[in-house]
Design a protein around this ligand. Structure first.
Ligand SMILES: *Cc1c(COP(=O)(O)O)cnc(C)c1O
Length: 427
């Protein structure tokens, strides 16, 4: 019997075995070792196409927000699908160029761009800087003039709408650090238009992450279009409207709109307000990769107790931070279903922190040595991994046309301290 799992279109249970794109995950974990991230390329491509399908016939660019998962093979996958990229650092710029991304399809976001990062981005010719403050405008203009360049800019406006998501991933409220306040935006556009090293090309917002309703997007779009009209009334042309990313995925019972539904609703609003001719940019991250990935981990020890039962696995908060950071709930499935009694387990890692858990109070029938899969781990999983406790980061495998391809080797402990130096011997 094949059982489809919610929110994970490419995962199935076939005769008790959990599969991704038809590949048996238990066998994959034994072959490549654990902890192991596994991604379905098919799932990533399908997610990108859902956005693109809705934008056919319009000038548009879907810029993958690569901080969600910046593996080179993931970037290569989206570049081949015609996506651009949303970057937030000079390091991400180097990465995306190494993966074959085109500079002219890159938008550069982030509140703290350094001069060096600006120079790096101007030298390769990124498509646009999403500028987040008036000070940044002045700095960017100076850097561009010194290089004999003109920097294309869009202002990231803070529309002051509530995305209805976790406070750590809500970015469009007045008291967030992100963007230029709505009330100041027209004035800041005047400054941008007056500076010699800049050319205004667009407007931008990004209101948060894991958003599960269309209404905050439509509210933000309305606020943005009010500004576009006010700014253009001053003779400053705005070519593109960038609505950011943030669309949620199903981790448990969330029912976010489908990407094509959301985009259709946005386009209808643009048309209704007479802005249908504008180029539309989007910056999805999580919704392109989240459901495409799983984290495989092996059960090391079972420790039943009076108050709680602990299932200690070989993946930890350094591999997958979301549960510890946001109390995020992520589904955990055994790679092989076993008969026998399920108990309630707290699935925890070996790191020396009580916050080191992957799931709490999960009903599982497991024995030591079994493999578990944490689902929906394709976004903000490996990208947030650290080396805390001198734990080498996991390997990554991508399933391409039904075949597993190793796309990142498991780290070695020795490389983690290769750049460190012992003190000189005392004289
Ligand atoms: C993180 C981020 C995104 C992507 O957010 P998701 O929730 O992963 O879609 C897009 N734009 C900017 C500026 C971001 O910082």
């Amino acid at each position: 019997m094949t059982i489809m799992l919610p929110g994970a279109p490419h995962l199935a249970r076939v005769a008790g075995a959990l599969t991704l794109d038809g590949v048996d995950l238990d066998m994959l974990g034994r072959q490549f070792g654990t902890p192991l991230f596994v991604y379905s390329q098919r799932s990533m491509l399908d997610a990108a196409v859902a956005y693109q399908r809705a934008l056919v016939g319009r000038p548009h660019l879907v810029c993958y927000a690569m901080k969600a998962n910046s593996n080179l093979a993931v970037l290569q996958t989206f570049a081949s699908a015609g996506c651009g990229f949303d970057i937030v650092s000079g390091g991400e710029l180097e990465r995306v160029l190494a993966a074959g991304g085109q500079p002219g399809h890159i938008v550069f976001s982030g509140v703290g761009k350094t001069r060096a990062e600006m120079q790096q981005a101007l030298a390769v010719g990124v498509r646009c800087f999403n500028v987040e403050s008036e000070s940044e405008l002045h700095r960017l203009s100076q850097v561009a003039v010194a290089m004999g360049r003109v920097a294309p800019v869009s202002l990231r406006v803070n529309p002051d709408v509530d995305a209805g998501t976790h406070p750590y991933i809500s970015t469009g409220l007045r008291d967030n650090k992100f963007g230029v306040a709505h009330e100041q935006a027209v004035q800041v556009y005047r400054v941008a238009a007056s500076l010699p090293g800049l050319k205004v090309v667009g407007i931008d917002c990004h209101i948060g992450s894991q958003i599960t309703h269309s209404s905050p997007y439509l509210d933000a779009l309305d606020r943005l279009l009010d500004l576009v009209e006010a700014v253009e009334a001053e003779g400053i042309a705005i070519a593109h409207v960038d609505l950011g990313g943030g669309l949620g995925i199903t981790y448990t019972d969330e029912r976010p709109p489908r990407a094509d539904e959301l985009v259709a609703a946005m386009l209808a609003r643009l048309d209704a307000r007479g802005h249908g001719h504008r180029e539309v940019l989007l910056e999805p991250g999580r919704s392109l990769v989240g459901n495409a990935g799983v984290l495989l981990t092996e059960v090391q020890y079972l420790k039943p107790g009076a108050a709680k039962n602990f299932c200690i696995v070989d993946a930890a908060m350094n591999d997958l931070l979301r549960p510890a950071l946001y109390q995020a709930w992520m589904a955990i499935e055994p790679c092989r279903q076993r008969s026998g009694d399920a108990l309630h387990w707290d699935v925890v890692g070996p790191v020396c922190e009580s916050g080191d858990w992957l799931g709490r109070d999960r009903s599982l029938a497991v024995v030591e040595g079994d493999l578990l899969a944490v689902l929906s781990a394709g976004a903000y999983g490996m990208a947030m991994a650290s080396n805390y406790n001198t734990r080498p980061r996991a390997a990554e495998v991508m399933i391409v046309d039904g075949q597993p391809v190793l796309v990142r080797e498991r780290e070695q402990a020795s490389t983690l301290f290769a750049g460190e130096r012992l003190l000189p011997a005392p004289r």
